[in-house]
Design a protein around this ligand. Structure first.
Ligand SMILES: O=C(O)c1ccccc1NCC(=O)[C@H](O)[C@H](O)COP(=O)(O)O
Length: 211
């Protein structure tokens, strides 16, 4: 079973290049201003220009308006729109309007949260099962929080999906073994501090998938 990865929240050429060199299938550019991984349109443009055609550029958004999407898609040459906090109907509208592969992030803590994924069955192209961050947390993602992977046992996935939330070099192999994920997503697990990606951590994480 081949497993691929999205390295999320990249904001420097060096770490972006490490993700590409290491074999990431997707790279994530974060357009949510409060995030420590936020990239301006100008920076997104420079980073996107380094990404070869076989690697998908994913834009990360929290309930974005159309203007932000328009500008980010152009700057980041986005192939994929990843939405946090968008309702199924807003997700469907974005997918239709922007004609891009669209991912719905599902914030998971309980089985009920997971069941909520079904509402996106006709609205999105892929689900990103991410851990629900604690109440009052500054961000809805990128906080290194893990959910109970056993919740996925026997779950009938309504769409292709990816596993996210608290993954790192120490647990990604077990996560894949347990959930049978074929696409994993990581952000803080390949950082030395919030928003500071690390070339060696990215390389080691991707190498673990190839082993
Ligand atoms: O990473 C962020 O700063 C972020 C902010 C707002 C919404 C989403 C965000 N990240 C989305 C991702 O796809 C992360 O990779 C995902 O939440 C996993 O993060 P981590 O647990 O740190 O690996």
């Amino acid at each position: 079973m081949r497993v691929t990865a999205k390295i999320c929240g990249l904001s420097t050429p060096e770490t972006l290049d490490a993700a590409i060199r290491g074999g990431a299938s997707h790279i994530g550019l974060n357009f949510y201003a409060p995030s420590p991984r936020y990239v301006s349109f100008a920076l997104a443009e420079r980073l996107a220009a380094r990404v070869p055609g076989h690697v998908a550029r994913v834009g990360i958004f929290v309930d974005p308006d159309d203007d932000l999407l328009d500008r980010a898609i152009a700057a980041g040459q986005l192939d994929v729109i990843q939405l946090h906090g968008a309702t199924p109907s807003r997700t469907a509208a974005i997918r239709t309007r922007f004609a891009r592969e669209t991912w719905a992030a599902i914030a998971v803590k309980t089985r009920t949260d997971l069941d909520g994924a079904r509402a996106y069955a006709t609205a999105a192209d892929r689900l990103l099962y991410d851990a629900k961050t604690p109440a009052g947390a500054a961000l809805p993602g990128g906080m290194g929080v893990r959910f109970d992977w056993a919740l996925l046992d026997g779950f009938r996935h309504p769409l292709p999906w990816a596993l996210s939330g608290g993954l790192d070099l120490t647990n990604v192999t077990a996560a894949i073994r347990q959930t049978r994920a074929t696409l994993v997503d990581v952000s803080s697990g390949v950082e030395t501090a919030a928003g500071v990606k690390d070339v060696d951590k990215i390389t080691a994480f991707l190498k673990a998938l190839a082993a």
